[in-house]
Design a binder for this molecule. Structure first.
Ligand code: HEM
Length: 151
């Protein structure tokens, strides 16, 4: 059977490296650094982000089991107005981070991860007006080698 994206990238540890690399790229960017570094953000942000990505990419469902659902995550990102420039900068930082994180040198894997992140950024931007607009009980969305998983 074909490996999951989670397996192909190298599992949780590889996704933690990717989360760190993305965060470093964002912090170094004049636009993408703005959302980060405010007081009150979760101290385990990068581990939680990697756990979320693991689940979305075919790994264990630990985020949903222990941390939250999609509604929780989208509420964290909601209510900041439209911010297309920020989103594009964050996507560019992610694409650069793919080269920083010591991942398998596999162009299909890199393209799949980049497509996932672009899609995910769109999901996070769905509720610009208020976190109250995010419906309750959303399931964490999954991404496959063929794009979004629809159940
Ligand atoms: C424009 C792009 C993005 C920006 C600027 C951004 C920013 C942030 C910030 C500032 C936090 C910390 C929130 C807090 O603790 O108060 C956060 C948490 C998080 N973000 Fe994003 N994010 C972006 C895209 C994404 C994408 C594409 C995903 C998933 C595919 C994602 C998943 C998460 C998760 C899982 C958390 C942690 C939630 C938790 O603490 O349980 N983010 N993000």
């Amino acid at each position: 059977m074909e490996p999951t994206i989670y397996e192909a990238v190298g599992g949780y540890d590889a996704l933690v490296r990717l989360a760190h690399a993305w965060h470093q790229r964002c912090l170094a960017d004049p636009v993408a650094s703005h959302p980060f570094g405010h007081p009150g953000q979760h101290p385990d942000h990068l581990a939680r982000l990697a756990t979320y990505w693991a689940e979305a990419l075919g790994g264990p469902a630990d985020y949903s089991a222990a941390m939250g659902d999609e509604s929780h995550v989208e509420r964290l990102h909601a209510g900041n107005g439209e911010h297309h420039d920020l989103d594009e900068r964050a996507i560019a930082c992610f694409e650069a981070a793919l080269g920083d994180a010591d991942l398998p040198d596999d162009p299909r894997l890199h393209a799949t991860l980049a497509a996932y992140f672009r899609w995910g950024t769109g999901l996070m931007a769905r509720h610009p007006d208020s976190p109250d607009d995010v419906p309750a009980g959303l399931a964490l969305p999954h991404w496959s080698w063929d794009g979004p998983v629809t159940t």
